[in-house]
Design a protein around this ligand. Structure first.
Ligand code: PMT
Length: 399
């Protein structure tokens, strides 16, 4: 768990987006992080320290002078204990101070005193964000190794639409996790498939299955966090593309096969979490098929088994397959592991509440070539992804 027991110092500057820091603190603490808030003088005008103290469960720091609790070294204490410093929202004024080493309040002093990674999440008026001085300051900080989650497009407090709105809290949390994760997949090129395929019958109908893409997206997200370069080949989903991942959209099993094969050579690890339709309608009707009296039949054609094809040409690549099974789970998964020549087969039972299709959680067993089976309890798909990547890392390390 990348955030469990981590000390996160959250710097808050004076801007309307300061209210979002309440949600950020609440999400981080729920994930097990210990959040210590440092506010600038103007931040206090937008949100009260008492609110943030209540949410974080820790004392909120506002001033360098007089020293809080009479402790003149509070900036050093916080700087030392930090696993990461996050500044959200960061104003143009504070960016300017950071970029030029000005230390005239607790937050800017802390930035000079720490050796922890620093993530800046700016929010400001569009014209300010596009101002050449601000751009130069941002570039200067990036060159010095500061991490950024850049502002998003949207309606701003000043009434105009443009870039400048604080990034979504989920995006900031994902970046914190990425910065704090171990990089044991660095140098790996990972190809993940996710979601269902849709096999069209006519312009308004298709054959498909309930895969939401959540399991595959979690695999892609966690791989990126752990340092891999990730390509995600996805069937139609309603999910937001993961940050920092190359996403290629497909619809049918044939499109998925072609896109996988186009990207296979380059990959060192392939994860097939997609629920690929084994069949497609024998023919596609150009016009909507009308109801007719009596029996109606659809002829079906086999789709290629993409994973099986990859198994034949895998070479040194690591191949991870998924299986959705309703009964004799282990027996079927072991058979698929052998037949498809994969290194790991992750099997999820279908029909158990909270596992398999559509849910945010899953309950899987991970089978390997040696015959070992890891049985995991019900947990989030992200946590399942962590466990699967741990197994992959073991395989990489064992050579
Ligand atoms: O997307 P979610 O809602 O989060 O749900 C996750 C999931 C249940 C879809 C996922 O965890 C999962 O189990 N995916 C594989 C489901 C499946 O297609 O199982 P299968 O037993 O039919 O196929 C076994 C493996 O062969 C899979 O890796 C599949 O990608 C691959 N396959 C299958 C058929 C085919 N024509 N080509 C393939 O490559």
């Amino acid at each position: 768990m990348p955030l469990k027991e981590k000390n996160i110092i959250l710097g808050i500057c004076g801007g309307i987006a300061a209210y979002k820091s309440a949600d950020l603190i609440s999400k981080l603490t729920k994930m097990g992080a210990n959040v210590h808030v440092v506010m600038t003088k103007s931040a206090i005008k937008f949100i009260t320290p008492l609110t943030l103290e209540t949410l974080s469960g820790n004392r909120v720091f506002t001033n360098l002078f007089p020293p809080p609790k009479g402790d003149p070294l509070v900036h050093v204490d916080l700087a030392d204990k930090a696993d990461i410093i996050v500044v959200a929202p960061a104003t143009a004024n504070t960016l300017g101070k950071f970029a030029h080493g000005i230390a005239d309040n607790l937050l800017s002093t802390l930035i000079l005193a720490t050796q922890a990674p620093i993530l800046i999440c700016p929010a400001m008026n569009t014209n300010m964000w596009q101002n050449e001085i601000v751009k130069a300051n941002v570039q200067r900080l990036k060159d010095m190794g500061f991490y950024f989650v850049e502002p998003e497009w949207g309606e701003l407090a000043c009434g105009v639409e443009g870039y400048g709105r604080l990034a979504e809290v989920e995006t900031i949390v994902e970046e914190i996790k990425t910065i704090l994760s171990s990089k044991d997949l660095a140098g790996q090129k990972v190809l993940v498939t996710a979601g269902s395929t849709q096999e069209p019958l006519d312009p308004v109908r298709f054959l498909s299955n309930p895969s939401s893409g959540k399991m595959g997206y979690a695999m892609a997200k966690v791989a990126r966090r752990r340092g891999a370069e990730v390509t995600l080949i996805t069937g139609p989903t309603t999910l937001t593309p993961p940050r920092g991942v190359r996403v290629l959209g497909v619809k049918t099993a044939l499109e998925m096969k072609n896109t996988v094969l186009d990207n296979f050579e380059d990959a060192s690890i392939i994860v097939k979490a997609a629920a690929v339709s084994d069949f497609r309608p024998q023919r596609f009707f150009n016009k909507k098929v009308k109801k007719t009296p009596g029996k109606m039949e659809i002829g079906l054609k086999r789709n290629p088994d993409i994973l099986k094809e990859l198994g034949k040409k895998k070479g040194n690549r690591i191949l991870v397959g998924f299986a959705a099974e309703t009964h004799d789970i282990i027996k079927h998964a072991q058979k698929k592991l052998k037949e498809k020549n994969v290194d790991l087969m992750v099997v999820n039972p279908i029909g158990i509440p909270g596992a398999g299709f559509g849910s945010d959680t899953n309950m899987v067993k991970i089978l390997d070539r040696k015959g070992d089976i890891v049985e995991l309890p019900l947990m989030t798909k992200e946590k399942v992804a962590e466990e699967i990547w741990d197994k992959v890392v073991e395989i990489i390390r064992s050579g």
